[in-house]
Design a binder for this molecule. Structure first.
Ligand SMILES: [Zn+2]
Length: 301
């Protein structure tokens, strides 16, 4: 029967085997890495697809009158965009009518020129259009249309609603809702079982939580995220609830530290939320999340 001691010896044994070169024969080969890109039709739909390239993904919708594409995800990798268009063309010969940006961050929306060249009208929130016009990044197509709080695209029998739910991970994130299919596409501000990226740059606290409550109030069942969750599962309302709980727990823990004068460095080192240790990004980014809330509770911004 294995004892605690036996388990404790395993790492030491593994180190010895590795040192002696024996590990190569005793260790199973690592799992094959996932393919660079993949296109999948969302189960239960006729025409909703997910295009993933490495760690980013976009939704596209195919109708007889044309295609509505989202986020070109071509930042520093133009081949992602040409692959994306090739993948659409494998599904349909209908023209690509729209390219919609989820928000203005380059890792999701750079590289859209081939879509524009194919005739797509580029749509984003009005403030995304303003940021991108000011930034003038040569790899970013400035949107043709900047929308307000609500915008509807009807194409070939499909209705796609663009909802602005307030400031969160940026000041211009759009939720894309397919009301018939009860599917939403959200990017970066509703990660699934994953902590927020780094120290939550470009974030708005506490408005972010308000925007999540607005997402919960919308009529949908499945969420396509802008970064694939392990295994490719889609998000649910429970995931949004869990994220809200995470942000509430994080906020409360950091406020307590700030009240004791521990922001920044001590709190960043010492605040932990073991309940979320298994979430994606915890080891790498949790301390950054603490830093962000330290600025909120310790400095007021
Ligand atoms: Zn972003």
């Amino acid at each position: 029967m294995p004892s605690k001691l036996a388990y404790a010896l395993v790492p030491a044994l593994a180190a010895m085997l590795a040192a002696s070169g024996a590990a190569a024969q005793t260790t199973a080969p690592p799992p094959a890495p996932p393919p660079v890109f993949a296109t999948t039709k969302v189960a239960g739909t006729e025409n909703v697809y997910i295009f993933r390239y490495q760690g980013h993904q976009s939704m596209f919708v195919v109708t007889p009158a044309g295609v509505i594409a989202t986020d070109p995800i071509g930042y520093l990798r133009p081949q992602a965009v040409t692959t994306y268009i090739d993948e659409i063309k494998k599904v349909t010969q209908a023209p690509i009518k729209y390219l919609i940006y989820s928000h203005h961050h380059y890792d999701h929306i750079a590289g859209g020129k081939p879509f524009k060249a194919a005739g797509a009208v580029v749509v984003a929130h009005q403030r995304a259009k303003e940021h991108l016009a000011r930034l003038k990044n040569p790899d970013v197509v400035v949107p043709d249309i900047g929308v307000g709080n609500r915008h509807v695209i009807n194409l070939g029998g499909t209705r796609l609603e663009l909802h602005y739910v307030g400031r969160n991970h940026s000041d211009n994130s759009l939720v894309m809702l397919l009301p018939k299919e009860k599917i939403i596409f959200t990017v970066d501000f509703v990660p699934i079982e994953t902590v927020h990226f780094r120290n939550m740059l470009d974030s708005f606290i506490p408005e972010w939580e308000d925007s999540l409550k607005r997402v919960l109030a919308m009529n949908w069942e499945r969420m396509i995220p802008g970064h694939p969750y392990a295994g490719g599962r889609l998000g649910s309302k429970q995931d949004v609830q869990n994220l809200l709980q995470y942000m509430a727990d994080l906020s409360m823990a950091v406020k307590a530290a700030a009240d004791k004068g521990q922001c920044w460095d001590t709190a960043v080192k010492e605040v932990k939320l073991p309940k979320y240790e298994k979430w994606g990004g915890y080891a790498q980014f949790f301390s950054g999340n603490v830093e962000r809330y330290c600025s909120y509770w310790g400095r007021g911004y």
